[in-house]
Write a protein that binds this ligand. Structure first.
Ligand SMILES: [Zn+2]
Length: 212
């Protein structure tokens, strides 16, 4: 969730490797699928923390899409793709934050069983993708980024699990809303970082740049 800002999943060389491209495609589809699963489950289960966690699957899906389609292009194209990703994540984060605040007053009835089972499913999905990518790790920074991203994704999923336990234990909506607000705030600040970096790149890099 948090440091998915700089989940540079693939290096430029890797993104041209046909086998790795297949893995990126699978990772993209798994993340998109889990994004929709969590969005739908968050509505059925009236859970804002699930909806906030869906943000991460969206952001990661965008990362894999960028690795697949934009990484080989010039830096200003990649910066543009990052702007689209940052704006979408930021707006989505603001939406979740305001929806959670609204429910703080109007009330909600999160379903801990749905929250818990979907969070477990999300954890398995994230770990499978991590194992798949780990085979293709290249260099220290690439390895570290895969590790950091999977760790943060797992923290997000476990936070939803804890919220589910908390909802049961306290028989209230507050654990769900609190976890949702924390995850959404982190996503908004991640979106801010993404946008800042992207605008920096657009300003400082001339049109014709060599991609490292
Ligand atoms: Zn992530």
């Amino acid at each position: 969730m948090v440091a998915c800002t700089d989940c540079s999943v693939a290096t430029k060389d890797q993104s041209q490797n046909p086998i790795f491209r297949k893995v990126l495609w699978i990772a993209l589809l798994v993340n998109l699928f889990m994004f929709f699963v969590e969005i739908i489950a968050s509505h059925i289960g009236d859970s804002m923390s699930l909806q906030a966690d869906a943000l991460d699957f969206f952001g990661d899906a965008a990362n894999y899409a960028i690795s697949l389609f934009v990484l080989g292009m010039a830096l200003h194209m990649r910066a543009r793709a990052s702007v689209v990703k940052g704006v979408t994540m930021g707006l989505f984060g603001l939406w979740v934050l305001s929806a959670a605040s609204y429910r703080a007053f109007s009330g909600s009835e999160p379903e801990p069983m749905i929250m818990g089972s979907i969070a477990l499913m999300a954890l398995v999905a994230n770990m499978s993708v991590a194992v798949m990518l780990y085979r293709f790790r290249e260099g220290d920074s690439n390895m570290q980024s895969i590790w950091l991203c999977s760790r943060n994704d797992a923290i997000g999923n476990v936070a939803v699990l804890i919220a589910a336990v908390g909802v049961t234990a306290t028989a209230s909506r507050w654990p769900d809303l609190m976890v949702a607000m924390i995850i959404a705030s982190l996503s908004i600040s991640a979106a801010y970082t993404i946008l800042k970096l992207a605008f920096q790149e657009m300003r400082t890099v001339p049109e014709k740049s060599v991609i490292s």
